[in-house]
Design a protein around this ligand. Sequence first.
Ligand code: A3P
Length: 265
Amino acid sequence: ATPSSGNATQRLPGAIIIGVRKAGTRALLEMLNLHPDVEVAKAEVHYFNLDENYRRGLDWYRAQMPLSRPGQLTVEKTPGYFTAPLAPGRVRRMDGSVRLLLIVRDPAERLVSDYTQVLHNRQQRHKPYQPLEELLLRQGRIDPGYKALQRSLYHQHLGRWLAHFPREQVHIVDGEALIRDPFPELRRAERFLELPPRISPSNFYFNATKGFYCLLSAGHDKCLDESKGRPHAPLSAAALRDLCRFFREPNRRFFNMVGRSFSWC
Ligand code: A3P
């Protein structure tokens, strides 16, 4: 999408990428932004999940949105919404017909990516952080209280959203498929958002140096920054096996909830 002036104003979002953290939320937002009828909020807004922002009210929220023309769709992404207990009710009170996009990824991979991000942030502040296995295992067993593990219990979080929104209003994006071949996932998202099909395969090219697809639009070439697609912290094969076993039942529940399955570990 391109900024314009005539009739442009800030509008509340018609669609929100609610999560899940580390599943490809930035890639999905940037890719949707290729569409001429879409304008996106570049920064995460954190309105429905943080009380100090929520208290500022809807005018504050609207002021965080990009300019858009009539007929364009405003989209924001804040992965923290997915796991925030109060977010679904608050979003519904804003607009019960807003469309929700949820991108998911193998929950074990997501957990390791989540840990890697926290580790990286701590290292930047010269703060120590425990190895992943120390956080993940307690007396040799998976600790269900570990925060990054809880964020991977998709059925629990989605269950709260489905108490407020009909299933058809939540579109699930396959994060692994978006990495492998973004175009088909974007076509499905366009359909869900009732946008005319404007994103094309020529908007994407595989960048061998980055190891991921990058975006092409109006002669501009854009890859996501180096915080996306970085090497993961190590995890022993045994711990990974335990983790996969741990997620088997939660995953089954999630598949039942969304009516499709994914080939996760
Ligand atoms: P990793 O860094 O674990 O590989 P989020 O934006 O929600 O934080 O998600 C980050 C993830 O987006 C990355 O996780 C990466 O795998 C994924 N991703 C999907 N498509 C990508 C792309 N085209 N370029 C870079 N990362 C992409």
